[in-house]
Ligand binder design. Sequence first.
Ligand code: NAP
Ligand code: G4F
Length: 323
Amino acid sequence: MTRTALITGITGQDGSYLAEWLLEKNYRVVGMVRRASTENFERIQPFRDRIELLQGDLLDQWSLVRVLEKTQPDEIYNLAAMSFVPTSWDQPTLTGEFTGLGVTRLLDAMRLVCPKARFYQASSSEMFGKVRETPQNENTPFHPRSPYAVAKVYGHYITVNYRESYHLFAVSGILFNHESPRRGLEFVTRKISDGVARIKQGLASELRLGNLDSCRDWGFAGDYVRAMWLMLQQPQPSDFVIATGQSHSVRDFCEIAFSHVGLDWRKFVRQDPRFMRPAEVDHLIGDASRARRLLGWEPTISFEALVRMMVDADLERFQKRKD
Ligand code: NAP
Ligand code: G4F
């Protein structure tokens, strides 16, 4: 029988990869989108005719109820959020509404309309923040360092709480940073790959960044959406850390990205205090051994291959514009 999946945040990086993965598995895929004066469907355009889109917003409780009533999903993937950390200092209340309370609204709608569905919450390694141990696993305490991370901690615990209170199949995936050519241009990896391509094409002469020492455990988004799906196929609901187990600095990313096109990053990268954060997460590295053991999940793309993939995609994008 065809299974139905609802994805909130389908227009984002992860939503687009997850939709492709579920279509390959012959799911009926429904995406929840919020109304905008100009449609933002670039990432889902290649398979737009194979999915259904319904309007809804995490701020509007009844819109969520209506989306679930129309969809009757077997699986719900809650990927929608205000996901850019620096914006969360400028808009802390709105971030709390979207990224935190939005989770409760969706869980409540599910409890009312389709309590037998399976629910995935997009939690984040940012919750570990000022890390208490290295590497971080499912039992590592949280110490969030931004309004975004605080909101994600709330979203994580409300998911655990609804599982324990109402016996819903609700799980939280604690995903470390994952990137791709579809990453938003404001995130550091894409900012660098885009900057390298611009410099190589003679469209820019420098790249201004913030903290070059900060370290992240970076993987490929296509691998991480597989883990989301696997979590909802388990006999019992539980939470998982998803990570590569390797950490690299922003400087390392620059070095590989620039050298991939034959340039020395030191000649082009400038540090700019405008991109420093009021409180930084210095060093994240995840221990995904539980996911490897119970889900059989493994990342397939190395850090170096990811950097090259992103730079090549941005170079091609600029080349196409020239042609
Ligand atoms: P993204 O590219 O920023 O996508 C976010 C999505 O949320 C977009 O589709 C956006 O829609 C939608 N959205 C935002 N506010 C909404 C609202 N009020 N109502 C309905 N939809 C709303 O993020 P991503 O990188 O794909 O990440 C997916 C999720 O995983 C997010 O929750 C993020 O916080 C979390 N996460 C990401 C990572 C990572 O490294 N990528 C790691 C851990 C956790 P519009 O197109 O209309 O803006
Ligand atoms: O790419 P970033 O903006 O990602 P960040 O803050 O780690 O958050 C991402 O990953 C989280 C998972 O841990 C997600 F939950 C979240 O939604 C998002 O997807 O920044 C990475 C690092 C930071 O330490 C930042 O200070 O790069 C540093 N950085 C240095 N220069 C910069 C810049 N970040 C940005 N965005 N822009 C810069 O110019």
